[in-house]
Design a protein around this ligand. Structure first.
Ligand SMILES: [Zn+2]
Length: 194
């Protein structure tokens, strides 16, 4: 699934399992960080632009879904993030859960345009080659199933934002979050007056 779907989903889990903004952000990040191994695409594009050669997405193909999509990264990332937490054991536990939720969601819906273009989860990479898991019924990354999941998560997140007064934007910036909440509540109030 897309990094934004992972962000919204992880934030929802974090919102109902942690007790303060800092821990909430840490748990949310644990569900997004796996896709950082796809940043090789940026290096690929810049490299091709500078050399004038055709972009073959070498770094993206080599590292995406391999470097940060297995149990070794789950352990390292969760331990690292929980080191900054107020409630360390709680955050460690939920970081591990949302990290694995990310892997499960990718297993469900990360297929390319072709039906054979399945994207596996190499659960012990980058330490060991096996096990390799894939699901033959995997949804397209841009398929309707993923859009439906996103819509469900996004509308739940908006509902929770209106109720609690903070949103997933807090993960990026507290100030931007305050503006976002203000705008949302303004829209809601205007709708209710009609
Ligand atoms: Zn992923």
């Amino acid at each position: 699934m897309s990094p934004f779907t992972h962000l919204v989903g992880s934030w929802l889990v974090a919102s109902v399992t942690t007790h303060n903004p800092r821990d909430r952000k840490l748990v949310t990040w644990a569900g997004v960080v796996p896709d950082a191994d796809g940043l090789g695409a940026v290096v690929d594009v810049i490299g091709s632009w500078m050399t004038g050669k055709e972009c073959m997405f070498y770094y993206y193909q080599t590292y995406h879904h391999l470097l940060l999509h297995g149990w070794p990264a789950a352990l390292v990332v969760s331990l690292l993030l929980s080191g900054f937490a107020r409630e360390r054991f709680r955050v460690l536990f939920w970081c591990l859960i949302v990290f694995h939720l990310h892997l499960a969601c990718d297993l469900l819906g990360s297929r390319g345009p072709d039906t054979t273009d399945l994207w596996p989860i190499c659960y012990s990479e980058p330490l060991l080659r096996h096990p390799i898991w894939f699901w033959k019924g995997q949804w397209r990354l841009d398929g309707w199933q993923n859009r439906l999941v996103f819509l469900g998560l996004f509308s739940t997140a908006i509902w929770l934002t209106l109720k609690r007064g903070y949103s997933f934007v807090e993960v990026i910036s507290q100030r931007a979050d305050a503006v976002f909440v203000l705008v949302l509540r303004g829209w809601r109030d205007r709708l209710q007056k009609r």
